[in-house]
Ligand binder design. Structure first.
Ligand code: MLT
Length: 358
């Protein structure tokens, strides 16, 4: 601002240089001539007029923060770090990940909702944005009205996985075993409202069984305990499970998408193994606090669209079983519409279970 103002002043004052010495602050010194006041007023008007544009031209002038409402090392963290690289290069700025996990993601979501709306704090979250309004009767933020939508990012299928010591080899063996041992089996997840919690809720109501759930601040730490055999099974996004499945450190019984995942061609869907119609793919969206300046939002939408079409980003996600959205979905309108329809979809399903987080 200061720099720009002086330049503007200098340009205007060219012909009349001898009369005016702009102060370090760019203000006009008392006792200056009428023409000096006029040109200074014109300069001030120019700078004011140039304000948002100046902001847009300079934005971003420092690193941005992406709030991830889940622990480090998990699927949303993995997606955020890859997105940060792709968008960071488009914005020519660093993007820092702030992992704020817990309470099914509502702690991190609230942190982003209350952040300064200056374009430097973003929120990357998923289907959990649409389940918490039904599960939490006292949410400290308004899921729809406290955020600006920037755009959808990627769709991530989930996988039903278990500790490698688990005896069943196939999904149908797992079903029989799980029903027979439901009083002792433990189901890991990232807390009420999270994607892993939602998948568990759907699975339990579909197979009519009830397991002890073990909540974590994210499925990153849950995966550590699953690999260590301290919890029995989990339903989690391929962006977190693929490396462990490929390493053979965990067992996999199926994917939750309606079609097989290219990076895990040998793993059948739960649908094709008899859970007809069972389908859950985790959408992910990028948000900013309500009131973030429009020029910044436009710049972020442009950078997001550059990211979802970035070959390196696409390849990285494909290796982890995920898919960046088509560029037409990396838009504010598309995410806004999706969020509303998902809130309307999951609300009745969740209310029917009678489960509340608070
Ligand atoms: C994570 O990153 O830990 C997950 O997104 C949590 C979840 O929602 O299951």
């Amino acid at each position: 601002m200061h720099t720009r103002f002086i330049i503007a002043t200098l340009v205007i004052m060219q012909p009349d240089r001898t009369k005016c010495k702009p102060a370090a602050t760019g203000a006009v010194v008392p006792g200056a001539s009428a023409s000096t006041w006029r040109s200074a007023a014109a300069a001030a008007l120019l700078a004011a007029a140039a304000g948002p544009t100046a902001h847009a031209q300079e934005y971003p002038s420092k690193p941005l923060v992406i709030v991830v409402p889940a622990a480090a090392g998990g699927p949303t963290d993995t997606l955020a770090r890859n997105l940060g690289v792709a968008m960071g290069s488009a914005l020519k700025q660093q993007m820092i990940i702030d992992n704020s996990g817990g309470a099914g993601g509502t702690i991190g979501i609230n942190k982003a909702a209350k952040a300064r709306p200056d374009g430097y704090t973003l929120l990357l979250y998923h289907i959990g944005m649409s389940t918490s309004p039904a599960l939490y009767r006292k949410l400290p933020y308004d899921t729809v009205n406290d955020f600006e939508s920037i755009g959808q990012v990627a769709d991530v299928p989930m996988t039903l996985v278990a500790k490698k010591e688990m005896s069943p080899r196939t999904f149908s063996e797992f079903l029989a075993y799980a029903k027979a041992n439901q009083s002792t089996l433990t189901y890991a997840n990232a807390g009420i409202g999270s994607a892993s919690y939602l998948c568990g809720l759907l699975l339990m109501s579909t197979i009519q069984a009830d397991f002890t759930t073990v909540p974590y601040k994210g499925t990153g730490p849950a995966m550590t305990d699953l690999v260590g055999g301290r919890v029995d099974f989990m339903c989690d996004q391929t962006t977190n499970t693929t490396p462990q499945i490929k390493a053979g450190t965990i067992k996999v019984y199926g994917v939750t998408s309606q079609v097989r995942v290219p990076s895990l061609p040998e793993v059948p869907t739960l649908d094709e193994q008899g859970l007809k119609g069972f389908a859950l793919v985790v959408w992910n969206g990028l948000f900013a606090p309500r009131g973030t300046p429009k020029p910044a939002l436009d710049r972020l939408v442009g950078a997001l669209q550059a990211a979802v079409t970035d070959p390196a980003f696409k390849t990285r996600l494909a290796d982890l079983g995920a898919e960046p959205v088509p560029v037409g979905k990396a838009t504010p309108e598309s995410l806004r519409t999706l969020l509303k329809s998902e809130i309307d979809k999951w609300g009745p399903i969740i209310r029917k279970t009678g489960v509340y987080a608070d």
